[in-house]
Design a protein around this ligand. Structure first.
Ligand SMILES: *Cc1c(COP(=O)(O)O)cnc(C)c1O
Length: 396
């Protein structure tokens, strides 16, 4: 049996079947390209779902991992001080609206923590009525029960009821809807400045400004989930910068350590002041190895030239996609290297067809091809993608 056959056989017989994986096994990567066990190359427009910001085989990442390992320590727990942990917190604060950081291990965990921070804030005010959580249509905040409660998608939620109570679902980008739902009873409002999973929908600046004003008016905590759109993906370090609106809490994760598991909750001093020793915790969160690597990633990704590259290649991507001359194309939208190509029909068969063309693609919702490549993608990668998409759409 080949490694390919063996791997697929083992996956199908021993792994819980919550994913439908394609029939090849990826084994090696370099730059924008992954290779399967048969040696076939795939240009990667998925990047481990917006995670592998610096692509594959990056020498700087390898060095950061090696340097961290030289200490001989992989894990310490949060009981003790750790220099990389403290340093990364300082750098995240310096490069954002935030005053304080709490580290965890994933996006969903960051959102769970954000909900607890908001709850603690309302509790300290003695505001027993302040329990409502407001989320918006097509949001995705994660798979654990708190975050899942804020992810209003029936397919994800229905088999797992009962979920958190007091969750209200507004219409994304509708100021009127936000005005109706955000009141004195609102504990927190959560939204993605650009929705990922739900279909690459950017929030309008007016919507973000209105939600910010409503949260201020009613003393609600505003949480921006930048797990997917943050860390340079949209051509600014944080996606919300484009609208000039800042949250009280921002959650980040996916690309923060370019592939190692990490999440972070960035918050204002006021909210940090609501939390005391023992209020929240994590065994693994903010470990030495992951925070060392994240520090390296943050330094690279926040360079003005790096962000300018994302904006330039991202603009070129949208421009080239807009030239696709096919009746199947409905809309191209997004910002930086977070772009959605909406088709008039479900995209699964194009994701599958992509494999034959040596392309890794992923959907966002049913009708959108989500393009979230490594941020090191170049214009010639865009040309390669658009040529192949043109062929795929023409032969559909
Ligand atoms: C992926 C994602 C999450 C969940 O992150 P995990 O690390 O998978 O738990 C939360 N919010 C957004 C916007 C995401 O894209």
């Amino acid at each position: 049996m080949s490694v390919t056959e063996e791997t697929i056989h083992l996956e199908q017989n021993y792994v819980v079947q919550t994913y439908a994986r394609p029939p090849f096994v990826l084994a090696r990567g370099e730059g924008m390209t992954l290779y399967d066990t048969a040696g076939r190359a795939y240009k990667d427009w998925v990047a481990g779902i917006a995670v592998n910001a610096l692509g594959y085989g990056d020498a700087g990442i390898a060095q950061a991992i090696q340097d961290a390992l030289n200490s001989g320590i992989i894990h310490l727990s949060n009981l003790y001080h750790s220099a990389p942990h403290a340093r990364l917190a300082k750098h995240l604060v310096e490069k954002s609206f935030a005053d304080r950081v709490f580290f965890c291990n994933s996006g969903t965990e960051a959102n769970e923590g954000a909900i607890k921070f908001a709850r603690r804030t309302a509790y300290n005010q003695g505001a027993a009525h302040k329990v409502q959580l407001v989320t918006f249509s097509d949001a995705f905040h994660g798979r654990t029960l708190g975050s899942l409660s804020l992810t209003p998608k029936e397919k994800y939620q229905k088999p797992f009821h009962p979920l958190l109570p007091h969750v209200l679902v507004g219409e994304y980008n509708s100021v009127a809807s936000a005005e109706r739902l955000i009141t004195e009873d609102t504990c927190a409002v959560i939204l993605e400045p650009i929705q990922g999973e739900g279909g690459i929908h950017p929030a309008t600046p007016e919507f973000l400004q209105a939600v910010r004003a409503l949260c201020d008016q009613h003393g609600a905590v505003l949480i921006f989930d930048e797990v997917q759109c943050g860390m340079g993906r949209t051509g600014t370090l944080w996606a919300h910068e484009a609208a000039g609106v800042t949250p009280d809490i921002m959650t980040i994760a996916k690309p923060l350590a370019a592939g190692l598991p990490i999440g972070a909750i960035l918050t204002t001093q006021h909210i940090a002041d609501q939390l005391h020793v023992g209020d929240h915790g994590t065994t693994f969160g903010g470990g030495l190895l992951v925070t060392s690597v994240a520090q390296h990633v943050l330094e690279r990704v926040s360079q003005p030239e790096f962000l300018a590259h994302v904006r330039e290649v991202g603009a070129y991507l949208q421009e080239r996609l807009a030239e696709l001359n096919s009746p199947l194309v409905k809309e191209v939208r997004g910002r930086g290297l977070m772009v959605g190509l909406e088709l008039t029909e479900p995209v699964d068969r194009f994701v599958k067809a992509g494999y034959q063309y040596g392309l890794l693609l992923v959907n966002a919702g049913t009708h959108v091809i989500r393009l979230v490549p490594p941020l090191i993608a170049e214009k010639h990668d865009v040309d390669d993608l658009v040529d192949k998409l043109a062929q795929m759409l023409a032969s559909a």
